[in-house]
Write a protein that binds this ligand. Structure first.
Ligand code: CO8
Length: 280
């Protein structure tokens, strides 16, 4: 039974057989997402979780980027949110950062269906953190990368990346890229088996790529006993679930002080006015 859920203009979803397909549909700003959009993503994952006909949750996107992470306009709005609602800066960022971030990360960590990401282009920040929480990743070509620009934005690791990145890429490779704000490019994603298949399609063909992945998945699941897939996901997840649950809390509580002190706000402002750039 599909329960009703609100709509979101940046994220669409539909169900096709055993696949719950979530698509980012705001390519104009490279699929940047605001806090409410990340909450919506979490709600969609819950919806997929509760649907017993669904076995795979598939993340797709549109345009040249998978997602450029937190929308700096949304951050600016949260900063201006100075009404009577919040008793202090701590209270404001608990609501605008901690609660949202911990919720969407938790939705990915505990998700019971197999999470498949169709990486049609680069992913940045919290969105890249969610990609690293997926079980299977397919790439459109070798131009994809993941960037966690926390050191450039006055932030620290979030979205479970303190665990997911060392787990998937190794601790030293992770240190080098996080500390010096460098992307995880296609080569390291391939070396570590992070990407299961490169579809070798032009970056302008996201739609065709999404369709091609789905076509292959339809063929791959043919004849399988799908509850076995979920049973195995549960066991594979058991290896690391305690570490993820612990780090989700440590990360957001650690980040809170950075938001209260204000350095991320200053740097997001510079990013928005193009005074600051990421090294790619
Ligand atoms: N927010 C809003 N708009 C964006 C964003 C963004 N994150 N990224 C790109 N855009 C917009 C640009 O402003 C531009 O719009 P316009 O055409 O109107 O000027 C359009 O998308 C295209 O972008 P560019 O012209 O900059 O394209 P380039 O190819 O030159 O550069 C980049 C692409 C490198 C992705 C560059 O746009 C960039 O650095 N973007 C910012 C990425 C970023 O730092 N994101 C934040 C990551 S940190 C994070 O996600 C954790 C935050 C935690 C808060 C979570 C709350 C729940």
């Amino acid at each position: 039974m599909l329960r009703e859920i609100r709509q979101n203009e940046k994220i669409s979803y539909h169900i096709e057989g055993p696949f719950f397909i979530i698509r980012l549909v705001k390519p104009d700003n490279l699929n940047a997402l605001e806090g409410e959009d990340y909450i919506y993503l979490g709600e969609l994952l819950e919806l997929a979780d509760k649907n017993s006909d669904v076995y795979f949750t598939i993340l797709q996107s549109t345009g040249r980027f998978f997602s450029s992470g937190a929308d700096f306009k949304g951050i600016a709005r949260a900063q201006m949110d100075d009404g009577v609602k919040y008793a202090s800066e701590t209270s404001k960022w608990l609501s605008n950062f901690v609660a949202r971030n911990v919720y969407v990360t938790d939705a990915f960590i505990k998700h019971s269906k197999v999470l498949v990401c169709c990486l049609n282009g680069p992913a940045i920040g919290l969105s890249a953190a969610l990609v690293a929480l997926c079980d299977i990743v397919y790439s459109i070509n070798d131009k994809v990368y993941l960037l966690y620009p926390f050191a450039n934005l006055g932030l620290i690791t979030e979205g479970g990346t303190s665990v997911s990145l060392p787990l998937k890429f190794g601790p030293n490779a992770t240190y080098e890229r996080l500390v010096f704000n460098k992307p995880f490019k296609y080569d390291i994603m391939c070396q570590n088996g992070f990407i299961s298949k490169n579809f070798r399609m032009p970056s302008s063909d996201a739609e065709a790529f999404n369709e091609e992945v789905l076509k292959e998945l339809r063929e791959k699941v043919e004849g399988l006993y799908l509850p076995s897939c979920l049973g195995m996901k549960k066991l594979l997840k058991a290896n690391h679930i305690d570490s993820f649950n612990k780090i989700n809390s440590l990360e957001v509580n650690g980040s809170l002080q950075y938001w209260v002190d204000g350095e991320p706000l200053r740097r997001f402002g510079q990013l928005s006015s193009k005074e600051r750039k990421h090294r790619l």
